[in-house]
Write a protein that binds this ligand. Structure first.
Ligand code: FEO
Length: 406
């Protein structure tokens, strides 16, 4: 059955939802699914903006046949060639061999690399600032390299203010009939998954997102709709989401708050983490969250690390090193370029306690623009009453550093 919705009078969402995929990019859990958005413009020419993952191709085709009726598909604009969007390009060429494909040089290169038989079809290569008219609608193509692959571009419809933003402004979570961000409670139900999507998929490329935001800045008042390749379409309160993107891509925390990530083998480091969290709350800092690094997928840890200003690393020593999953978390932070956070360290070891020094060294030497508080909580096997003063001092130091930041 077809499943489409109007975005504007002559623009249709013709994408698909995927609730069967367990891991996005075969790495990030998506318990609430994901949508692959594609859009069909019914102008004097018919224009498809992007396709969908191969697993959703049949839904795309049903949607296209339904909206097109007996009209042919005249153009296919490929803003992003990662296979979650580009995998169905070849099928489109098979069904509509006369379709003209508009994309960037690198995108056509990727199509060939993936083995698509595109040569023999009409390919229109565009560069930054090129415009194209489909009848009533004129569009402009704007490069968006590394948001999220090097070939990416966005397309701006200057006639009605629709920005086809590729991966930018996307989110995990499948659409349940509600297409627009103003039809859901985004701040309650979607923001965490939008942040987890952006920070884990494009987090490394903050400067490139900033570049794209810079290109959008002069025409912000002309952007009426943001149509991303995942998640809902934005037509109201665009500034709310643009501001989030600005913060995430500048690696600025959204909130003053403390994230305690603990690695505990037998519950003793966890017990110390509990004691620290309680102390912080008693002292008035209640924006505290705790995560067991062993049973929280690192994509959630990364998302929370982008949200909050302070991170407490509490780790047992393991094989004279950092607990392996804590080390993985740190490596992900490095890979995704997280910056501008304040760290506190809690270390544990039954003999030869090394984790504190090693975590400090990692933060100091491998991450950028980070601060590690001098106060450190150290324990041998378990935290006992004689460490009250150190526990207090660490909680005080965390809270004090927030005052300095303000
Ligand atoms: Fe949703 Fe970079 O693909």
């Amino acid at each position: 059955m077809y499943c489409v919705r109007n975005v504007t009078e002559d623009l249709y969402w013709v994408g698909a939802n995927d609730r069967r995929l367990t891991l996005f990019e075969n790495i990030h859990p998506i318990p609430k699914g994901v949508s692959y958005n594609a859009y069909l413009l019914m102008d004097e020419s018919t224009v498809l903006f992007d396709t969908v993952d191969w697993s959703a191709c049949r839904q795309l085709l049903e949607n296209l046949y339904h909206v097109l009726g007996d009209r042919p598909l005249d153009y296919l604009v490929v803003n992003h060639m990662e296979p979650d969007h580009g995998a169905s390009v070849e099928e489109i060429l098979l069904r509509w061999p006369d379709v003209k494909v508009i994309s960037t040089e690198k995108s056509f290169m990727l199509m060939r690399q993936f083995g698509f038989e595109i040569d023999g079809h009409e390919l229109i290569e565009v560069v930054e600032g090129d415009t194209y008219s489909f009848g009533k609608h004129e569009v402009m193509f704007v490069g968006a390299p590394m948001v999220h692959w090097p070939e990416a571009m966005v397309t701006f419809d200057t006639t009605n203010g629709v920005l086809f933003s590729a991966d930018a402004f996307g989110s995990f979570i499948a659409l349940d009939g509600k297409l627009f961000a103003d039809e859901v409670n985004f701040d309650r139900d979607w923001i965490d998954e939008a942040r987890r999507y952006l920070t884990n998929i494009v987090g490394k490329y903050g400067p490139h997102v900033q570049l794209l935001l810079g290109k959008a800045a002069p025409i912000l008042d002309k952007i009426k709709y943001i149509c991303p390749l995942h998640g809902p379409v934005w037509r109201k309160d665009l500034g709310y989401f643009i501001d989030k993107y600005d913060k995430w891509s500048r690696y600025e925390p959204e909130e003053q708050g403390v994230m305690i990530v603990y690695a505990s083998m037998y519950g003793n480091t966890e017990s110390a983490a509990n004691a620290l969290a309680t102390r912080l709350c008693e002292k008035g800092m209640t924006n505290v969250v705790m995560y067991d690094v062993s049973n929280t997928h690192v994509s959630y840890l990364i998302s929370e690390s982008f949200r909050l200003s302070h991170i407490v690393l509490a780790s047992v020593t393991y094989n004279l090193g950092i607990y392996p999953v804590m080390h993985d978390y740190l490596m992900d932070m490095k890979a995704l370029n997280l910056q501008n956070r304040t760290f506190a360290i809690v270390e544990n070891g039954s003999w030869a306690c090394e984790s504190g020094d090693l975590m400090q060294k990692f933060v100091d030497e491998e991450l950028k623009n980070m601060t590690v508080l001098n106060e450190r909580l150290s324990m041998s096997s378990a935290l006992k009453g004689d460490k009250e003063t150190e526990l207090d001092a660490l909680a005080d130091a965390i809270i004090e550093s927030m005052k300095v930041e303000k």
